[in-house]
Ligand binder design. Structure first.
Ligand SMILES: NC(=O)c1ccc[n+]([C@@H]2O[C@H](COP(=O)([O-])OP(=O)(O)OC[C@H]3O[C@@H](n4cnc5c(N)ncnc54)[C@H](O)[C@@H]3O)[C@@H](O)[C@H]2O)c1
Length: 329
């Protein structure tokens, strides 16, 4: 592994991942990002001058651009973070979710296959250049919703409920199709809800922190009893690092934080830490099709790759709240 194409690297998880990789290895990182409302280059201002880092503004759906990047930078690894990610926005306007999350992933897969496959004229050849790999960053939301008990394993059926999760599940199917049909070296990671620094403030935790700081109402959908498994973004980055280096080709890895919390508990924890009144909580009409519970069995990555989340929720959320306090005084 030498030249890594990271897509969506100006977003929340991608920017944390680039920082992690540049501080751990001497690989060249090429960050392809369209800079949508969710992408922000200030997320990477501390590393923009790093000699191993290149930023390219552009769309993963742009085939010419993507193919040129494979040529120009001799890309041998792709980590696809680029996506439209907000469930509410996908309910309002799904089109862009299908374009970026499905067709964009297909464009990347196609370019990777053409760049990496040996004997590219022979459609039956399944030989790829040594050491290449395509990692799709997916989500536990592709599995749909759980009842009060049980956890998603990698064998759980795909049962997405929102346009966002349906687009992510579609992309996962395409990635596995490239593995089955062409023998392309791929992996998929399916992670639970991330929190930590550099998250766009339309998501629950940054929204709750920033609204509390300004004594503004914090909207909570329905009864607030929706359960999510929360993981610190640095633990997620660490898991992706493990999978690109040691993951078994063709395998899907669930990634979780072993930390189930209701949305209400999350908001109350933040209010409590900031010494704010629970009167700031404002219950609003529930999101249509809102999944009730996610929980993730990540024993495969634990036993096969020796990965475990390192952050406890208490230390992770404390660090995160303090980061937002410093960032937006
Ligand atoms: N945030 C989570 O809790 C979570 C959990 C599991 C999986 N994921 C997955 O991780 C990935 C990153 O999530 P995030 O929370 O960092 O998202 P984000 O919304 O913060 O960032 C997405 C990035 O992708 C870029 N982008 C969007 N469309 C693009 C396009 N067409 N071409 C190039 N770049 C484009 C945006 O500019 C932005 O920088 C996504 O694929 C998401 O599905 C997120």
């Amino acid at each position: 592994m030498k030249n890594i194409l990271v897509t969506g690297g100006a977003g929340f998880i991608g920017s944390n991942f680039i920082r992690h990789m540049l501080s751990s290895y001497s690989y060249n990182i090429i960050n392809l990002d369209l800079l949508t409302y969710a992408g922000n280059l200030t997320n990477l201002s501390d590393i923009e001058k790093n000699k191993n880092y290149t930023f390219v503004k552009g769309d993963i759906c742009n085939r010419n651009l993507v193919e040129n990047l494979f040529d120009k930078y001799a890309i041998d690894t792709v980590i696809n973070f680029a996506a439209e990610t907000h469930v509410d926005r996908s309910i309002e306007d799904p089109d862009i979710f299908l374009e970026t999350n499905v067709l964009g992933t297909q464009t990347l897969l196609h370019a990777a296959k053409n760049a990496w496959k040996e004997n590219s004229e022979d459609q039956y050849s399944r030989t790829f250049n040594e050491g290449v790999r395509f990692l799709q960053v997916s989500t536990d939301e592709v599995y749909g919703s759980l009842g009060e008990k049980g956890k998603f394993t990698e064998k759980s059926p795909l049962s997405p409920n929102s346009p966002y999760s349906a687009s992510k599940a579609s992309a996962d199917l395409l990635v596995m199709a490239y593995y089955q049909t062409y023998g392309m070296p791929v992996n998929i990671t399916r992670c639970s809800n991330n929190y930590g620094p550099f998250q766009f403030p339309d998501k629950l935790i940054p929204l709750a922190i920033r609204n509390s700081m300004k004594n503004k109402c914090i909207p909570i959908y329905g009864d607030g009893m929706q359960v999510r498994d929360w993981i610190h973004v640095k633990d997620h980055c660490d898991a992706i690092d493990k999978v690109i280096h040691q993951g078994v080709i063709g395998r899907i890895y669930n990634v979780g934080g072993n930390n189930e919390k209701t949305n209400l508990e999350i908001v109350k924890t933040i209010l409590d830490y900031l010494n704010k009144s629970e009167d700031l909580i404002s219950y609003v009409k529930d999101r249509p099709g809102h999944d009730r519970r996610y929980a993730i069995d990540y024993s495969r990555i634990q036993t096969e790759l020796g990965w475990n989340p390192r952050y406890t929720f208490k230390e992770g959320i404390t660090e995160t709240i303090n980061w937002y306090l410093r960032q937006y005084p």
